[in-house]
Every structure is written in structure tokens, then in C-alpha cells.
Design a protein around this ligand. Structure first.
Ligand code: AMP
Length: 214
């Protein structure tokens, strides 16, 4: 099963993508996580990506597409994968389609986790992230067991630079401009499914599994 998660930053698509990956035993591929791992490891890609990420801008397609195309052709993606944060532009979607067509495959579902803008800024300011293992929490809806510490690795949790309110506003503008057109793109392909992302997390996951099947 090959799935794309769509939705504004902070809509909860990452949380849902991780759960989908667990239930259907397919890899969770998050371009945001890949960039953050590169930043942490001080790679050239990480240095370039950081300049854009810290400003709430998209990393250019030429730095993004190839790394996803390489990743989805690895062995563990044979039975499918869930893409989280990719594609984010029409050219990225076209690159993905072209790469899959070459190997006789296509995406099965694009799931849009729909949350109005007014909910997003509030949600993001409560988000906390572990920069060591990538886990994310929310101070109200998904608190860690010990305040300020990651449940998985015990590292300190932080408000990511790109989750700060002024950057979130910028990311939302970029989302509407560059990423929202993908909703029509996948509607035209007949694979778009929308779920109400304002529901509690468990209800969102149930709505998604109803779409994907047991
Ligand atoms: P995320 O963790 O998915 O919210 O991504 C964090 C940031 O990484 C985004 O705000 C972008 O700057 C960058 N990023 C992640 N995925 C992409 C992508 N597919 N294309 C361009 N930039 C991306």
C-alpha cells in the first residue's frame, strides 16, 4: 500500500503517518525527519536545508526529489510506504508519479488531514519535539510522561524553530500557495480521501483505517 499524507503543517499528518506505518508494517518516510537528521549530522544537505526550514520556506525541489526517489526504491519499500511531508509541490508530485510509472507502479491513496488555519497556530505553539530521535509531543493533547523529556530517549524537548508562531504563519502561506494545489491534483487522479483532522487523534486514525481497510 502506497500512501501520501497531505495536510497543513501541524494538521497531525506525521502522528497519523507513524501509526499507519505501524499498523500496515510499511516504512514511514518523512522528508522533514530526513532533513532534520542531516542538520543534526552536519551534512552539506542539512546545512542547505536549514537555511530554508528556519524561515518557514520549502527546501528547493532539486534538493528534495532525488532523496525521496532513492528512498522509495529501497528493499523495505517493496510492500509500500507512507509519505509524510512529500510531495509538497506539483513538480514534486510529478517527479514521484514519473519515478513510479517507470517501475510500473502508482500511488494508492492521498489522505488529506483537514484542519482549518485558525486551529493550526494554536496547535503548533504547543508542539514539542525531540531533536535526537524525532518524536513529537503536544503539551495538552499528547504530553510526554515526564515534562520536557522525550519518552523514547530521555533527551530534552524543544519548540522547534519552525514551529514558532511567526514562522508557522509563513509556513501556512507557503502551504496554501504550493501544497494545497495537490488536493486537486490527487482528486483528479481519483485517489484523494479527506478526513476531519479536528477530531481527537484516535478518531482521525479510525477514519483513516476505515478508508484503507483492515
Ligand atoms: P515537516 O517536518 O514535514 O513539517 O517539514 C519541516 C520543514 O522541512 C518544512 O517546513 C520545509 O522547510 C522542509 N520540508 C520538508 N519536506 C519538504 C518537501 N517535500 N519539500 C520542501 N521542503 C520540505
Amino acid at each position: 500500500m502506497k500512501i501520501i499524507m497531505l495536510g497543513a503543517p501541524g494538521a497531525g499528518k506525521g502522528t497519523q503517518a507513524k501509526q499507519i506505518a505501524g499498523k500496515y508494517e510499511i516504512p514511514h518516510i518523512s522528508t522533514g525527519d530526513i532533513f532534520r537528521a542531516n542538520i543534526k549530522n552536519g551534512t552539506e544537505l542539512g546545512k542547505k536545508a536549514k537555511e530554508y526550514m528556519d524561515q518557514g520556506l520549502l527546501v528547493p525541489d532539486e534538493l528534495t526529489c532525488d532523496l525521496v526517489m532513492d528512498r522509495i526504491q529501497q528493499d523495505d519499500c517493496k510492500n509500500g510506504f507512507v509519505l509524510d511531508g512529500f510531495p509538497r509541490t506539483i513538480p514534486q508530485a510529478e517527479a514521484l508519479d514519473a519515478a513510479l510509472t517507470k517501475i510500473g507502479q502508482k500511488m494508492d491513496y492521498a489522505i488529506d488531514v483537514d484542519v482549518p488555519d485558525e486551529n493550526i497556530v494554536n496547535r503548533m505553539s504547543g508542539r514539542r519535539a525531540c531533536l535526537d530521535c524525532g518524536a513529537t509531543y503536544h503539551i495538552v493533547s499528547l504530553p510526554p510522561k515526564t515534562e520536557g523529556k522525550c519518552d523514547h530517549c530521555g533527551s530534552d524537548l524543544v519548540l522547534r524553530e519552525d514551529d514558532k508562531p511567526e514562522t508557522v504563519q509563513k509556513r501556512l502561506t507557503v502551504y496554501h500557495d504550493k501544497t494545497q494545489p495537490l488536493i486537486d491534483y490527487y482528486k483528479n487522479q481519483g485517489i484523494l480521501k479527506s478526513v476531519d483532522g479536528t477530531q481527537p487523534m484516535e478518531a482521525v486514525f479510525t477514519a483513516i483505517t476505515d478508508i484503507l481497510g483492515a
